[in-house]
Ligand binder design. Structure first.
Ligand code: GLC
Length: 615
């Protein structure tokens, strides 16, 4: 059999598995068989064009379906220009990435996007063109190939909810071409827009109020859920769906391993609803999953669902009909910072219990900080039962992390303060939020020591959660807030740039200076990562649970896998505490110090952490 015939057989086999369900869902959405036939034809051409190496990767991953569930997976996310100037620069830095024990990099949006109207690259003008200052498509393919050689997976954003107003479709729509107007939501009166506004909340109430933008040049409103220059795509139009799937497959063929589906809950709109998480969104994601299973099964879908847990979980789909492979553990992240500010682990424990009770097939990405703000999406129902009011509590958290309250050394800024609801979100780097910035500025050694410990404790705790940890680039060297965005008129309005500063390689050099906080953080994280990838209790399939400590400041997490057991202890306060856990089952070894002890009445110092493995 020739290679071509073998390939054809592979495609036919996969198609046979999914065609029924795909056709069914597609018809249900669009009732358009010729567009479905076109989709299938194009899937075949993308499959044919897919490079041999990538096809081999697909086949291996079809066999080893759990390839991304090991205990060695560690991600890092960064903006290419901030990290290394351009794609070629990233290639030069792959050894640094490996040195950070990272085997999955998330390249923040790098496709063509207009300067000053880019939303950090989330307003894409051309899905098949790299932003020229960062490189071109050949550079992208070369970078992914190099990464693959070094066993690094590459993730990119697939911004499918909207395009930039500079995208060719948008330009043609603006010029009045009906075919292109139908790819967006255009209205010549405010009747329908105002009906939408009755039920659709705002994403950027301060920086971009409302969900529609009036275009005086053509006398129409266009739907813009995010910024006015990000036009929402209309997925009721099968042309939009098909073309976006072709873009997706095109990028998959450039060697991308993981697609972060940006703002996925928003992709389907209906009047009279919140336009979030509608059932059709799931139809589209399921279709996308099947399309990738046929053309490029080696890739993963990562859904960006920044919502409360009950809304997040459905994006995994079901075991028989999966949608996303991975989702962000966003509520846990926000609850972690709530715990830092309150020194009370009760809510966090409840949150971890919710996540730990989910099927182990669900893979979460755990993180402390990312490129976005922290929205205080907490379990207010539980907090209310303790007499805590939502608005007042958010205000407390925002004051706390701005360093306004006595016990806080944090630094950062508010984001999208909504003067109507009193709501506001928060921005800052992990290190600055832990107090490292202030301690450095005030040359306060005890404060620095405590801040560094808190930073390390948070990482040790994050690494113990089940799922894949992702570092925000710069956190490995405790990078501080960057206030220079205020001088750039394109960024000044968006405080998220405070934690999107360029990697400061000169300061990062300090990892070689013994005793510097950069060295302590870098080396300690490295140790944690090595222990994590060595010890099988960190496997994704491990049982994970929380344990009572009788001290609300101290969180205890248990893990069990294949005969091995471990307990992690994390003190979220600046005081020493004794964790009264009751695991009277023999001796435990502290994986950091080697000390053997009983896992009862364990003294956990201020902002201390312990990984105790059962002997
Ligand atoms: C996602 C991104 C965010 C962006 C938005 C609009 O939420 O994380 O940075 O502003 O989508 O694309």
């Amino acid at each position: 059999m020739t290679r071509k015939q073998m390939d054809n057989d592979v495609f036919t086999r996969r198609m046979k598995k999914y065609d029924d369900e795909m056709r069914w869902l597609y018809m249900e959405l669009y009732d358009n068989s010729s567009m479905y036939a076109e989709l299938c034809d194009r899937m075949k051409s993308f499959f044919d064009e897919r490079q041999k190496d990538l096809k081999k990767r697909d086949e291996q991953r079809e066999i080893d379906k759990d390839w991304y569930r090991g205990n060695d997976m560690l991600g890092m996310m960064f903006y290419i220009d901030n990290f290394a100037g351009n794609m070629e620069g990233v290639r030069q830095k792959l050894d640094y990435i490996r040195k950070c024990n990272v085997n999955y990099i998330h390249l923040m949006p790098f496709l063509e996007s207009p300067k000053g109207r880019s939303d950090g690259g989330y307003a894409v003008a051309d899905f098949r063109k790299v932003q020229p200052s960062l490189g071109n498509i050949d550079d992208l393919c070369a970078l992914t190939a190099d990464c693959h050689k070094k066993k690094i997976n590459v993730c990119m954003d697939f911004v499918m909810n909207h395009t930039s107003e500079d995208h060719e479709w948008a330009k043609r729509a603006r010029a009045g071409e009906g075919e292109y107007m139908s790819r967006y939501f255009f209205y010549n009166t405010d009747e329908i827009p105002s009906r939408y506004e009755e039920t659709v909340p705002q994403v950027f109430p301060t920086t971009a109020p409302g969900n529609f933008t009036w275009l005086p040049d053509i006398g129409h409103y266009v739907m813009t859920t995010f910024y006015p220059y990000q036009w929402d795509l209309n997925y009721r139009n099968p042309r939009v769906f098909n073309e976006m799937m072709y873009n997706f497959l095109y990028l998959a063929n450039c060697g991308i391993d993981i697609f972060r589906i940006d703002a996925v809950p928003y992709i389907w709109k209906e009047i009279g609803t919140s336009c979030r998480n509608l059932p059709r969104v799931h139809t589209i994601v399921r279709l996308m999953r099947m399309i990738s299973e046929v053309v490029c099964p080696g890739i993963l879908l990562l859904g960006e669902v920044v919502m409360e847990p009950e809304k997040v979980v459905p994006y995994f789909g079901t075991l028989e009909k999966p949608e996303c492979h991975m989702l962000y553990n966003v509520t846990t992240m926000a609850t972690t910072w709530h715990t830092v500010a309150t020194r009370d682990t009760t809510l966090l424990r409840g949150q971890l219990d919710v996540v730990n009770a989910l099927p182990k097939d669900y893979v979460f990405l755990n993180y402390l900080r990312c490129h976005d703000d922290i929205g205080w999406g907490l379990d207010y129902r539980s907090l209310r039962s303790e007499g805590i009011d939502e608005v007042a509590h958010k205000k407390y958290l925002n004051d706390y992390f701005r360093g306004y309250t006595g016990s806080s050394n944090s630094r950062g800024e508010l984001y999208n303060e909504d003067f109507v609801t009193g709501d506001a979100r928060f921005c800052g780097t992990t290190a600055s939020m832990c107090g490292i910035e202030r301690a450095e500025e005030e040359q306060n050694e005890p404060m620095m020591e405590s801040a560094v410990r808190m930073d390390l404790m948070l990482h040790a705790y994050m690494f113990m959660q089940s799922g894949i940890p992702v570092l925000y680039s710069g956190d490995e060297v405790a990078q501080l807030n960057d206030y220079s965005y205020k001088e750039d008129p394109d960024k000044a309005e968006d405080s998220r740039y405070i934690h999107r500063g360029a990697m400061d390689w000169k300061r990062a050099e300090k990892i070689h200076e013994k005793g510097s906080y950069q060295q302590i953080v870098f080396d300690t994280l490295s140790r944690m990562e090595k222990i994590r990838s060595r010890e099988k209790v960190f496997m994704q399939q491990a049982d994970t649970w929380t344990i009572d400590t009788w001290e609300k400041e101290v969180l205890a997490i248990g893990r069990y896998y294949d005969g091995e057991k471990m307990i992690g202890l994390f003190n979220f306060s600046e005081r020493d505490h004794t964790a009264w856990i009751n695991e009277a089952d023999g001796d435990y070894k502290d994986l950091f110090t080697g000390k053997v002890m009983k896992a009862q009445g364990v003294d956990v110092p201020a902002y201390g952490y312990m990984w105790l493995k059962k002997c």
